[in-house]
Write a protein of this length. Sequence first.
Length: 681
Amino acid sequence: MPSSPQASSTATAAVGTRPRIAVVSNDVAPANGGGIAAYVAALADTLAEWAEVTLFTRASTVRALERVNHEQRSVWTLDPRVALVAVPDDVDGGPGSYFNAAHRHAASVYAAVAAHYDGRGPDLIEVPDYLAEGAVLVQARAAQVPWLRGTRIVVRAHTTHEVVWTLNGALPDDEPQRLLWELERYVLREADACVVGGAEVGALYRRFYDGELAPTVEVRHPVPRVVRQAAPVDETEPGPLRLLYLGRLERRKGVQALVEALRATPADLRLTVLGADTETGPRGVSVRAAVRLAAAGDQRVRLQDPLPPEDVPAFVAGHDAVVVPSTWECWPNVALEALAVGVPVLARPVGGLVEIVGPPDDDGRRPGGWLARDASGQALLERIEQLAADLDAVRDPARRTAARARFEELTRSGAVKAGYRRLLARAPRWDRAEPVAGPASRVTVVIPYFRLPQYVEAAVQSALDQTHPNVTVVVVDDGSTDPGDAVLGCLAERDRVTVLTKAGAGLGAARNTGVRASLGDFVVPLDADNLLGPTFVERCLDVLMRREDLEFVTSWSRYVDEAGQPFRAGPDEGWQPLSNDPAILAERNVAGDAVALLRRRIFDDGFFYDEELTSFEDWFLYLRLRDAGRRGIAIPERLFDYRIRPDSMLRTQGEPAAERLMAEMRARRRELEVEWCPWNA
């Protein structure tokens, strides 16, 4: 992970220059299919007309794009002015020491963006909500990492992994999945803005995420040139109502439910189903197989084999309507693709479909097609029956003209560009020009000590060597009787070092003793076998001075062995905490190690280390702060060394008794929630 170079306090483009915009996405068309891939390619093309655009995507996607361009076998093209930067693929597919594979990839994205811009961030970075690719970028932005000051980081709502799995009917309870959803929530909450295609999308996100959402900004979706250039076709062939389902075969898309509902109507119609299969049907079965079973020989339903992308527009044009029976949709490309060739859309009134189909005119006609009266399957079936009974109205040429006009209205590139100019004009959410305090801020480093004579001197020296000039050290001897403890006498003779004794009371009590003896407004707990990097205090203090809403700041760490050498190369090089915001903190410590810069006031308010817990006392403090609505954050840089020792307290006492310690923490939290004596004695 590269360190953050010092940067200019602003990254706003000067008048007359091309703004620098970074777009992050695993998928980019034509290398990958799917809605996000098509959107990203279209966005890059649209913005490249007036901005310097760089796409950050997986190395495998870059190779696929280069191969497609070389072979010239796709109707898709990417504007040659768009730069591509490869983010390394996670070849082994494992998370290493990160929370999960998505967290590890987010760290790779951050490293790639930092290396590319080398000292001064772009004006705007857009990340997708799906899979939390921007989690570490957003974390760095919220933690005031200098090179990102002045950069706006926005998250585009496409439909999160958590929403997808919810609507697909199965929410796994395994920790990696829940941590992924916490990362998605973190990005949505901490970004400078959440960009949505329409108001209904933003409203759903606020409901689903209980209001914990960055400010929403409405900017329509651009569409690829191949879609925009599709020619409307006036199909007026006689015959029954011709409906087309187009898109992935997923439970949440409602196609199986639609086919099952058609059994209840004798309406004269034809439904064609075209899309890639998924195993999201009941009990995880193939949706295509479930649709075939649901059709039960109904000759009105036909499963279409896959088509080359260039053949899809003409195929769509051969139908009276594209039906979108989804439980919920964000801003579906299939609806826009239908309108592009003059085919109206029939949908439930959910999400972005409400605005895509559009409001009714004085005669009750919607420009983009038809909406069911409500979101129920019965209402959609009733609307289908009405259309089948009035084919003259369905096939009125004015319908196709209105559909194409609605497409043009929704996808005007000028409106998209104007939306991004508005995003560039917004003040970055977390920027503060100057910290409210300077070098005079007094910081006390508290070091509990018990039988670690070979390490404690280096720990103390790392505290004294801080670039912040006003640091003192309090070493608390927890009743150690090691022959090497004489080193404490030598340390006590040093300037800015105090040695106290708290005999045999445990780690939590030793830390509390040091905190009570601390001077100034800030405290850093440091274990006697760990080492602060020279800028740890300065960097953390800078964040706290700029963000009064935070109570503590920590950082990522580097694992070292007993000799102080990197413990292991690659993804297991350290620990990468996030903050104490995620709800999963009650089950896993995602807030950080004890090493943190904490405001002294939290201890004055009664948030001390629990003295009965034999381990996890730092985790419990962060959990109590979360319960009280008091937040902290981790800088995603390795600013201190964490020593891995087989005989450490965590390994000899914490890990073997983890289940018991978790039970004790749950009991203490519950105990603190209850007012046991509601009257004055």
